[in-house]
Design a protein around this ligand. Structure first.
Ligand code: PLP
Length: 394
């Protein structure tokens, strides 16, 4: 077992920044007021929630009354999709999305199909991209919603959201984007993008887990999803998670201030990893587009190995990473994203996702590049197929 631990799984979640934690702490005990009450500690909570709303709005070019706090990215996605489906069923029952969405979108769409909605799952090309033309061709008379993710959580691919936004607008169709992997990590301006609904989640940008937000463009008619009290201007009930919301606000503010310098570093780490791995480990492919991808994302498939075994050996070497296949879903199926880009099952199973973060250094990546080729070779030596291929080569 290694003494060190290097975290390369920032797409799964990120640690809360010390400044964020510090901002949150008073709202657990000293300033514990219910933001909807009227005495002074409650007014402090209300002011803190309002300030955080402003910070989130500023970070994405929105107005603060277009931001609605939720319990995370999953709820924001559910609200956007089910809210439009419920509110627009008289106009039509057709939804357009892609085959590589996060399960928060895919499973929500599949649920609506059981209720009689018709969903088009657009296929992606071998890089994981959809084209605006594909979206336009899929539009029908009864299309009520287009939902296309901003950046993919597995292969990091960034979709042409602005162009799709123009198409949606031209056809008068509501446009939602799951921007959970993008917000706080790359620049976003909802005015430029032409999106009506945008989901985000604080734990992807060094904020706390269990808090997110949905941007709802002014004028977009969206049915409520969580019913109860009058919180969030009557649209999303439940007592505000004040510490979480404060944390989200502070985290997005700091993320925005540091975005350019972090991304410069992440890009260097990403490129260094891609170049070295492809040059030193044979039978390896990079998944996703080389350029249109999140700065901190790399995703490889290594032929002749199982991603899970690779993760175990990396863990023993002190490296935390993720595979594209089974373990996250608890099933043995390879990732739907890797299958959608055309990988055969066998190759999709041998995938590795590394997502770098602000505290990773060149030394961390050099260590990875030092241990990875040996681990891959060790696992491959257990594969009879690999032996046969090698023997044929010799
Ligand atoms: N959408 C994407 C693209 C994600 O990567 C995730 C989380 O991994 C989610 C939605 C769900 O967000 P949350 O964990 O805040 O519910």
């Amino acid at each position: 077992m290694s003494e060190r631990f290097i975290y390369f799984d920032h797409a799964a979640t990120t640690p809360v920044r010390p400044e964020v934690l510090e901002a949150m702490l008073p709202y657990f005990d000293k300033k514990y007021g219910n933001a909807s009450s009227i005495y002074s500690i409650a007014r402090e909570s209300r002011a803190a929630v309002d300030e955080a709303r402003e910070m989130v709005a500023n970070a994405i070019g929105a107005k603060s009354d277009e931001i609605y706090f939720t319990s995370g990215g999953t709820e924001a996605d559910n609200w956007a999709i089910k809210g439009i489906a419920r509110g627009s069923a008289d106009k039509g029952k057709h939804i357009i999305t892609t085959s590589i969405e996060h399960h928060a979108v895919l499973h929500t769409c599949q649920y609506l199909e059981k209720e009689g909605f018709d969903v088009t799952y657009l296929p992606v090309d071998e890089k994981g991209l959809i084209s605006p033309a594909q979206v336009e061709e899929a539009i029908r008379e009864d299309t009520i919603l287009i939902s296309v993710m901003f950046a993919n959580n597995e292969i990091g691919t960034i979709q042409p959201i602005e162009e799709i936004g123009e198409i949606a607008k031209r056809h008068g169709i509501v446009f939602h984007t799951d921007a959970v992997q993008a917000v706080g990590n790359i620049h976003i301006d909802v005015k430029k993008l032409g999106v009506d609904l945008l989901s985000m989640s604080a734990h992807k940008f060094y904020g706390p887990k269990g808090v997110g937000a949905l941007y709802i463009r002014k004028g977009t008619k969206l049915a409520s999803y969580i019913h109860g009290g009058a919180q969030e201007r009557g649209k999303r009930a439940s007592t505000e998670n004040v510490p979480g919301i404060v944390g989200m606000g502070r985290a997005i503010e700091i993320a925005t201030q540091n975005m350019d310098s972090y991304n410069k570093k992440l890009l260097e780490l990403r490129e260094m990893t891609i170049d070295k791995v492809l040059a030193t480990i044979p039978y390896t492919r990079l998944n996703g587009d080389r350029d249109k991808r999140l700065p901190g994302n790399v995703n490889f498939s290594f032929e002749f190995i199982e991603g899970e075994s690779l993760l175990l050996l990396l863990d023993m070497a002190g490296i935390g990473a993720s595979s594209g296949s089974a373990c996250t879903s608890g099933s043995l199926d390879p990732s739907h994203v890797l299958l959608a880009i055309g990988l055969p099952h066998g190759i999709a199973h041998g995938s590795l996702r590394l997502t770098f973060g602000k505290d990773n250094t060149r030394e961390d990546v050099e260590y990875l590049l030092e241990v990875l080729p040996g681990i891959v070779e060790r696992l491959r030596r257990m594969s009879p197929l690999y032996e046969r291929v090698k023997n044929r080569e010799e």
